[in-house]
Design a protein around this ligand. Structure first.
Ligand code: NAI
Length: 256
């Protein structure tokens, strides 16, 4: 069987992805800052928002893994520093630390968001923020770049989408045959959606949902994450898979 390290296992998309992976015969090592309900077979309680938290997680991992699914994320409602830390710098630090344990042909899958599609319009900002090595003092980065709280969530996903493409071509992953891909959900019915509603307003969220008929569910996203983890995706690298019911297509093609 395959062994998948999966962050954000305690809730929403991560919980459903872990459940599906188990049904498909994989062993899941779940990571979360909160305890999962019902308890997963192998669970590491850990905090991805700090360098020491990531190091404590890594210290508890087995030497060999098949895939890393980076699902954990914050909505931005706790402020930009924590959001950039969990959604990007902590995710990247974990991925870089886990890379040497991933087998040849293994995979990293990052749950990004349609909220990150501004990466190209904001490319220079994304390049300079991803060029910062290691796990920086995020509050200092925020101050230095004059970043605002409300930018935190979309910015974190812009950085993640840019880094996904770059990591696919980075020696640490590429030279070991490790693929790096992203999944970008549209609005999905999980606890984080309530926080998006509070930040963005109901009208914005509901108009996205109306375009495609319904919100997604965690069960709509989980198979895409596991596909990109699998050997069936062996020729997919540095890609972003939109799992949004057609939302992005409707916006790009200007279909109302
Ligand atoms: P959720 O809020 O249900 O789950 C997020 C999980 O991440 C929680 O279990 C939480 O405890 C964990 N987490 C938060 N901070 C952490 C930390 N410091 N260390 C370790 N774990 C931490 O939300 P959901 O929907 O399952 O989100 C999963 C991913 O999907 C996130 O990256 C989110 O940005 C992304 N996403 C979700 C969408 C939605 O509408 N639900 C839309 C687009 C992307």
């Amino acid at each position: 069987g395959k062994t998948i390290l999966l962050t954000g296992v305690a809730s929403g998309i991560g919980a459903r992805t872990a459940e599906l992976a188990g049904q498909m015969g994989a062993e899941v090592i779940g990571v979360d800052v909160r305890e999962p309900m019902g308890g997963s077979a192998a669970f590491i309680k850990g905090d991805l928002s700090t360098a020491s938290g990531v190091a404590e997680i890594v210290a508890q991992l087995p030497v060999r893994l098949d895939a890393l699914a980076n699902v954990a994320g914050l909505s931005g409602s706790t402020g930009i520093a924590s959001t950039l830390a969990v959604n990007f710098y902590g995710l990247r630090a974990l991925s870089e630390a886990v890379a040497p344990r991933l087998r040849e042909g293994g995979a990293v899958v990052n749950v990004a968001s349609i909220a990150g599609y501004g990466w190209r319009a904001n490319l220079e900002r994304a390049k300079s923020l991803t060029a910062i090595d290691g796990f920086p003092e995020v509050a200092a980065v925020v101050a230095e770049h004059g970043l605002k709280d409300e930018e935190g969530y979309p910015l974190s996903k812009e950085l993640l989408l840019l880094w996904t493409m770059r990591a696919a071509h980075q020696a640490l992953f590429k030279n070991h045959g490790i693929r790096v891909n992203a999944v970008s959900p549209g609005p999905v019915e999980t606890p984080i959606l309530k926080q998006f509603r509070a930040v963005l307003g109901d009208a914005r969220v509901d108009s996205d949902i109306t375009r495609v008929g319904r919100a997604g569910t965690a069960a709509d996203i989980a198979p895409a994450v596991l596909f990109l983890c699998s050997d069936g995706a062996r020729w997919i690298n540095g890609a972003n898979l939109a799992v949004d019911g057609g939302l992005e297509a409707s916006i790009n093609a200007e279909v109302l």
